[in-house]
Design a protein around this ligand. Structure first.
Ligand code: MG
Length: 337
């Protein structure tokens, strides 16, 4: 006997969370709960406004199709096929739906390992005055992530120089979100201490066009990582000089099988695959953390986004002071059968 329920959630965000020039007041999404033979599997479906190609309404409609098919006994086909393709009637589900429901299916089948190290690279404020006390409160941290490209490039260089000088064994991941022209990226590189370069593990997408970012990597000796480019239709993932890593955001990518394929493709090309959040709730973050421990154990994931919210959802993240909203507090949208 199978039963599937889709719930909606809306979690208040910390004031001042701005995504692509749009203020995000609440994080809205869905939770799929699958039950079979006394077992339960849960998954979060959380399209991110401004980043996901599907809206929440589209995700909800697509999720209902899949849950209906699953509850009616559709098995998902042979184990080597992606069950999401079968359950959605051969039509591709939107990435957030494919990811969330495949997580619920994997939990139900015991395929998503329970072991969780809860590791994440801390996302740090760009100002050294705030950053250094924060690092002091996180003993043992050897790698942090910093956003760059918001201030002048020379200021970013100064921040990185000061930070790396102050904490001798620290490494940084930088993320420019494509905000520099080639000239600005060159200014950033020119103003870095030469010793800092090898302690920058990578910088995500310095420039708007991949060819510009590749040229920057070659000219500066600073490794780059792909993030936005990965989701462009004509992008080919391959080993290129100066590319160190790919940032994989499962809610923007698709099913667990699709994520796994992409991770293997990256690893075969000699790139580090870094699992990263799309601002999921604590439920989704805990599953991303398990996924990272399972498929990318050597690359610490980037999941430090829970503090942008004002509450957690269903499963708590260890050490978070935020209150927890439980499943019975959510409104069901539909139950099958
Ligand atoms: Mg990025």
């Amino acid at each position: 006997m199978r039963s599937a329920t889709l719930y909606g959630y809306s979690l208040p965000m910390d004031a001042g969370v701005v995504l692509r020039n749009q203020r995000l007041k609440s994080r809205d999404g869905l939770v799929a709960v699958l039950e079979q033979d006394g077992q339960v599997g849960i998954g979060e479906i959380a399209p991110l406004p401004g980043f996901s190609r599907e809206t929440l309404a589209e995700a909800s409609a697509a999720a209902l199709v899949v849950l209906h098919a699953w509850a009616a006994g559709e098995t998902g086909g042979p184990a080597e096929r992606d069950p999401m393709n079968v359950l959605s009637g051969g039509r591709a589900s939107p990435p957030s739906v494919a990811f969330g429901i495949s997580c619920a299916l994997a939990e139900l089948a015991g395929r998503l390992p329970e072991v969780n190290t809860w590791q994440t690279v801390p996302l740090c404020p760009g100002h050294p005055d705030r950053l250094l006390p924060m690092l002091a409160a996180l003993p043992g941290t050897r790698i942090i992530k910093l956003k760059v490209g918001i201030d002048e490039p020379t200021r970013d260089s100064l921040t990185v120089n000061q930070l790396l000088a102050a904490v001798p064994d620290l490494h940084v991941r930088l993320d420019a979100n494509r905000s520099w022209t080639s000239a600005q990226a060159a200014v950033f590189a020119r103003n870095l201490d030469p010793a800092a370069i090898e302690r920058i593990d990578f910088i995500e997408e310095p420039c708007p066009i991949p060819a510009q970012s590749l040229a920057f990597a070659q000219d500066s000796g600073i490794a780059i990582a792909w993030d936005e480019s990965l989701r462009e239709p004509d992008f080919i993932l391959a080993a290129r000089p100066g590319v160190a890593a790919v940032i994989i955001k499962p809610s923007l990518t698709g099913s667990l099988d699709a994520c796994r394929t992409l991770i293997l493709q990256a690893q075969r090309a000699g790139l580090s695959a870094v699992i990263s959040s799309s601002i999921e709730s604590s439920l989704g973050l805990s599953q991303l953390s398990r996924l990272a421990g399972w498929l990318t154990p050597l690359a610490q994931p980037g999941l430090d986004t829970l503090s942008l919210m004002r509450s957690q959802l269903i499963r708590p993240w260890p050490g978070s002071p935020l209150p927890l909203i439980t499943l019975d507090q959510l409104a069901p949208i539909a139950t099958f059968p």
